[in-house]
Write a protein that binds this ligand. Structure first.
Ligand code: PMV
Length: 348
């Protein structure tokens, strides 16, 4: 098959980990399994226009546009990604690509776009591969795109499907793999359907420590082995929690995971702190509100100061009122994003 020119597009969501991936081995193999909610509103849309070159180029040939503008600072990331995936997509140097990408969330909001961005790009490249090999199944396309996205940014491999995705080998899940994410195959109670995630933008500044450095600091970390086995245990416990809809245990596991992630940062060498005073203020207020309201509001954190406020859909009205009344005062420019569990990437 000779496909010379065309354009493909995908919209791919971000995701928020419940059991965190923190620490990796060679080739983006996670040190422990993780699981995430796929988000809905926070997403990257990417179009790739491809043109077959008259002869194979010695370097990768691409133009990059972010929200309509050329974006030279993103080029090195894409170069590295292409280098890592070239052996799995041997046609890469036979084409010139125009990559046009945009995010649904505000620019430099402190929301990482690597998961949604890398998964959208991986899907576009797999769509081109499918046009070259029309017999490829949709299932294969998704699995290989997740495999490729992992090589761009580990957590990106959990951004292709919904609504819960597991990445990393775990004894309870025979389908699981260190190489790509899989849709969580076990029973999930209806209370987790449309679970809400309101993201409070506490600090929009550049992270002082990249996740690459953070993962590296788990090598020789005094608590690494304990942490990795804890992640396995938490994933085991969540199986029953998801099945039965046990929100009290869900909250204990998810909040502990978030604080443990940050505890790993605070106890590495060098040590660092990504939370801000307002992160702690928000956490304390969530705890106080949960106590007095009897709702099931909880929080989780990424590798940053922003807080993800999680709650079931049937408590939306009451919790949103609390967020507006008490929490957005602690956000930078009062910014927050209302999101919920989503169902994965969409072909455009
Ligand atoms: O995908 P990376 O390498 O940027 O790592 C992300 C790690 C966390 O977001 C902190 C946790 C996770 O599992 O998503």
């Amino acid at each position: 098959h000779q496909k010379t020119t065309g354009k493909v597009g995908y919209r791919s969501p971000s995701n928020i980990a419940l059991v965190k991936y923190w620490g990796k081995k060679e080739n983006q193999i996670p040190a422990n399994p993780s699981i995430s909610f796929t988000l809905d509103a926070c997403a990257t849309t990417t179009f790739v226009t491809y043109d077959k070159l008259s002869k194979t180029s010695p370097d990768f040939s691409f133009d990059l546009f972010f929200e309509g503008q050329p974006k030279p600072d993103f080029r090195p990331k894409i170069e590295t990604f292409f280098k890592r995936i070239e052996q799995y997509l041997p046609f890469l140097k036979e084409y010139h690509f125009k990559i046009e990408t945009s995010n649904s969330f505000p620019h430099s909001s402190g929301i990482a776009s690597s998961a949604s961005g890398m998964s959208a790009l991986a899907l576009c490249l797999m769509q081109l591969e499918k046009e070259l090999n029309p017999n490829m199944s949709g299932e294969f396309l998704t699995k290989k795109a997740s495999f490729l996205a992992r090589l761009g940014s580990g957590s990106a491999c959990r951004s292709l499907e919904g609504d819960l995705v597991q990445w990393g080998v775990h004894e309870n899940t025979k389908e699981s793999s260190d190489l790509y994410g899989v849709k969580y195959p076990h029973e999930v109670h209806t209370v987790f359907k449309k679970y809400q995630d309101t993201i409070l933008l506490v600090d929009k500044g550049e992270k002082q420590v990249s996740s690459t450095i953070g993962h590296d600091l788990m090598h020789g970390h005094p608590f690494a082995e304990q942490r990795f086995s804890q992640a396995h245990d938490n994933l085991s416990k969540l199986k029953k929690v998801f099945k039965e809809g046990d929100l009290d245990t869900f909250i204990k596991i998810v909040e502990s995971e978030a604080l443990t992630l940050h505890a790993m940062m605070m106890t590495s060498h060098p040590y660092f702190i990504l939370m801000k005073p307002n992160t702690l203020e928000i956490i304390n207020r969530i705890w106080a509100f949960r106590e007095r309201s009897k709702t099931h509001v909880s929080f989780t954190l990424d590798a940053g100061a922003n807080v993800h406020v999680l709650y079931p859909e049937n408590e939306k009205e009451e919790v949103l009122q609390f967020i507006v009344d008490e929490l957005i005062a602690f956000c930078q420019n009062q910014q927050y994003i209302c999101d919920q569990i989503g169902f994965g990437a969409r072909f455009l």
